[in-house]
Design a protein around this ligand. Structure first.
Ligand code: F3S
Length: 405
């Protein structure tokens, strides 16, 4: 792989051990995947933040990296941590876990990473523009950035995203190159999808079929209202059940609109109403009542929080409240607006919590004691049984909230 003089100096350790390790990691990756060179990135998004996922080993690695005075070279944000960084006590997070999680956050802070822990960086200030090269790690954010924004990123792991953040570059291969952005499956969606859970179920089903290839969607009925929230849900579950990092939607996503996509018609999938219903059935693993309802995987937009508020107001829940716990997960930026709009107050008076910085998958909900989790998210429904040993109730936003009455 070609390196500039400056890159070679970093590679050889002239700027210290941390940058040397980071550059060596990027070069190794580039060589494995046949990259000709590195390319500058406009931002990074780093995963491996929750103590639940990285454990003691990850914490020690971050302590080593943050010992000196090395800082990230480009704007860098974090994936969700294992807890709400402000309200961990009232949410009953175990004390040991809290201590470790705060140490992890401190390490990231020292190297200049922004402590806005979210899987929706594009809703909270880390917003690439069309054609930007970036190095992002969270699979749902990768999918959104590649597909809906038209930026370019591979599905980075935590260490490679962090290495790119420190160097400001990533190896030029995979989804950074035009030829790898062409679709290999055409998916015709014959039925009308309304709730975001329908898009989650669609993603879960199609992801299982196409695995890590690039699907091209044709929706026979237009995506109604709040299009981008629905694409957020679709991309998240495509990435969770398969390994999809990029999809296109006819007439909507930018590369399609610009006529840059050549469609390969050899692999066609047709999805009807029964297929979505069957996927709902598959994702539900219990008929018991939930002890936790979770909305916000990926993290909620303001519109999704408003939907919870509408439910509470319509059902007059200010008086009675939910009969189980409710987490509405979002980023701190969106919560600030929800606070101002009065949404947080309405949700919390009804017994719910607007939870920041974390989610039902990367938080240790099994240690807190939750067993049956109701969610409107296809991605969460795919992950919860394995990551949290949870039983899952999967349904539309409205139906999921009704389970708490
Ligand atoms: Fe985000 Fe957690 Fe879902 S990181 S995409 S809310 S599993």
């Amino acid at each position: 792989m070609y390196l500039t003089r400056e890159e070679e100096r970093i590679y050889n350790g002239e700027y210290g051990e941390v940058l040397e390790v980071a550059m060596n990691l990027l070069v190794s990756l580039g060589e494995i995947y046949g990259a000709e060179r590195l390319v500058e990135i406009s931002s990074a998004q780093v995963s491996g933040v929750s103590y639940k996922t990285i454990g003691e080993e990850g914490l020690n690695f971050l302590k080593d990296i943050s010992k000196g005075d090395v800082k990230v070279a480009v704007p860098t944000t974090l994936n969700p941590a294992g807890m709400d960084l402000s309200r961990y006590e009232e949410l009953n997070f175990p004390r040991d876990f809290v201590e470790r999680q705060l140490e992890i956050i401190e390490c990231f802070k020292k190297i200049g990473v922004e402590i806005g822990c979210t899987c929706t960086p594009y809703l909270s200030g880390n917003v690439p523009i069309y054609g930007d090269h970036i190095a992002w790690a969270e699979s749902s954010a990768v999918s959104y950035a590649n597909s809906v924004i038209g930026a370019r990123t591979n599905r980075e792991g935590g260490p490679s995203a962090l290495a790119s953040a420190l160097i400001g570059k990533t190896p030029l291969y995979g989804y950074h190159l035009d030829e790898n952005r062409m679709p290999s499956y055409t998916v015709e969606v014959e039925t009308e999808l309304k709730d975001i859970s329908h898009y989650g179920a669609l993603g879960s089903l199609v992801g299982r079929i196409v695995k890590n290839e690039v699907p091209y969607f044709i929706f026979k009925s237009p995506i109604s209202r709040d299009k981008y929230t629905k694409l957020k849900a679709l991309g998240a579950s495509l990435a969770a059940s398969g390994g999809v990092a990029l999809y296109h939607v006819e007439g909507i996503t930018p590369e399609c609109k610009m006529g840059r996509i050549e469609i390969d018609t050899s692999e066609r999938i047709s999805i009807g109403r029964e297929d979505i219903e069957e996927e709902y059935y598959r994702l539900n693993t219990t008929e018991e009542r939930p002890d936790l309802i979770c909305i916000g995987c990926p993290h909620c937009s303001l519109g999704e929080i408003k939907e919870v508020v509408d439910f509470i107001v319509k059902n007059n829940l200010g008086r009675t409240g939910f009969k189980c716990d409710l987490w509405v997960c979002t980023c701190i930026h969106i919560k600030a607006i929800a606070d101002r709009m009065g949404y947080t107050t309405i949700i919390e008076r009804a017994g719910g919590k607007v939870v920041c910085d974390t989610c039902m998958v990367v938080a240790p909900i099994e240690e807190i004691g939750y067993r049956n989790v109701a969610t409107n998210s296809g991605k969460a429904a795919v992950y919860l049984p394995n990551f949290c040993s949870s039983n899952v109730i999967f349904d539309s936003t409205w139906e999921v909230l009704k389970k708490g009455l």
